[in-house]
Design a protein around this ligand. Structure first.
Ligand code: ADP
Ligand code: MG
Length: 399
């Protein structure tokens, strides 16, 4: 996949109708937005378009209305918040690409902003129906994709519409593609990847693809135990995917054949069982990773492992991290994840964090501003790391 894509700075938007796909899939409670982070994140692109005299037609999905109008999933609340942030009116359409949207789009003046209704109110959205793509395209002269979180979906408003309009990236997508694309295509070395999280099976293809690219692969979190079991160690009651033991053996052999250093935990923080509630008090001890007692469950990496992993990060020039090192939702079991976040924060490398929980961990733990790039897309960033082509990016014009 070519990661060198045109952005809004590479084309003339002045006087043009620009359909801009954003990620306004914000959490709401009783009709009130509980976090406007995604709206705020989209502002640089929107402001650029307004300042460059485009006629701006914004669109997004929210939630899963499954092709029907649902008042609680109307984007009207987003239009109101956008209007506050921009300090100007944001015209709300009552449909996605119907009569009202078309009439309002046609009436826009240069620098005006409107928002279409939730794209998933249309059945054609998730089916990537050409009829919907055409209807969306008919309102505009240019398509801008600034929604990385849905870039791995081939939907009408994320990819289909690009069949009918010149398509470029907004600033958010440009940042994701340029930083992660560079890391995967032409990384500064040493390149270290850290994988964690709950399941090996979620990240099978990521492991396989990263072994083609990295100098060191670190595996922690719940996925480490299947690797330990593959080495013949006992893992007690820890997370284990028996059906993936052979796969882990294969990956260890691949690492060896490629000269990739594969690091696994050497010590583990264990408890009698998984914490319940997840953030409740818990009694823990630390044991060697190759001898977890039968009645114990591994829930975080131990101190020696923290030091080992941090040391591997120290001389890296590129670091990609996906998946927490332990059950970080519990303060007693967050130490391994904090240690990795600290190692990334202290490093001079280009540091990239992808994955919903890892990104949340970095933010909650206060490391976000010391990381080069925290991806805004969980599923999309995983597919990126798997080396897959993302339809919402592949559809953009090459530079
Ligand atoms: P991401 O969203 O960053 O890709 P995942 O969704 O794969 O990460 O995994 C995150 C989850 O993994 C967290 O909820 C965390 O509690 C869990 N986890 C991490 N280590 C362990 C472990 N040793 N045992 C059980 N669950 C774990
Ligand atoms: Mg997750």
């Amino acid at each position: 996949m070519n990661y060198n894509k045109k952005s809004i700075e590479d084309i003339d938007v002045s006087g043009k109708r620009v359909l801009c796909r954003c990620d306004f899939n914000v959490p709401t409670k009783n009709g009130v937005i509980t976090s406007d982070k995604r709206i705020v994140a989209a502002m640089p692109t929107i402001r650029y378009l307004v300042e460059h005299n485009a006629k701006v037609i914004l669109c997004s999905h929210m939630g899963k209305p499954k092709g029907e109008y649902k008042s609680e999933l109307s984007l009207k609340v987003v239009a109101d918040r956008l209007s506050q942030l921009l300090g100007k009116e944001v015209v709300m359409a009552s449909d996605v690409a119907g009569e009202d949207a078309k009439a309002k789009a046609a009436a826009l003046n240069d620098g005006d902003v409107m928002l279409l209704e939730n794209t998933r109110f249309e059945k054609g959205e998730t089916k990537n129906d050409p009829a919907l793509s055409k209807a969306l395209a008919s309102m505009a002269d240019i398509f801008v994709n600034d929604a990385f979180g849905t870039a791995h979906r081939a939907h009408a408003s994320t990819a289909g519409v690009a069949d009918y309009l010149p398509a470029v990236s907004g600033f958010l997508v440009q940042k994701e593609v340029s930083i992660m694309g560079k890391a995967l295509a032409d990384p500064e070395r040493p390149f270290v990847a850290i994988l964690g999280g709950a399941k090996v099976s979620d990240k099978l293809n990521v492991i396989n693809n990263l072994l083609e690219k990295v100098d060191t692969l670190i595996i922690g979190g719940g996925m480490a135990y299947t690797f330990q079991a593959a080495k013949g160690c006992t893992v007690g009651k820890s997370l284990l995917d028996e059906s993936k033991i052979d796969y882990c053996k294969e990956m260890m052999a691949k690492a060896e054949a490629k000269g990739v250093k594969l690091l696994l935990p050497v010590d583990v923080v264990v408890a009698d069982s998984f914490p319940s509630p997840i953030d409740g008090p818990i009694a823990v001890s630390t044991v060697n990773a190759d001898a977890i007692p039968d009645d114990k469950e591994g829930l975080d990496i131990g101190e020696k492992t923290c030091a080992l992993f941090a040391d591997a990060v120290k001389n890296a020039k590129t670091v990609v991290w996906n998946g927490p090192m332990g059950v970080f939702e519990n303060p007693t079991l967050a130490k391994g994840t904090i240690a990795m976040a600290q190692a990334l924060a202290d490093s001079d490398a280009v540091t990239i964090v992808g994955g919903g929980d890892s990104a949340a961990a970095c933010e909650q733990l206060g490391f976000a501003d010391k990381i080069t790039h925290i991806s805004t897309g969980g599923g999309a960033s995983l597919e990126f790391l798997e080396g897959l082509e993302l339809p919402g990016i592949a559809c953009l014009e090459d530079k």
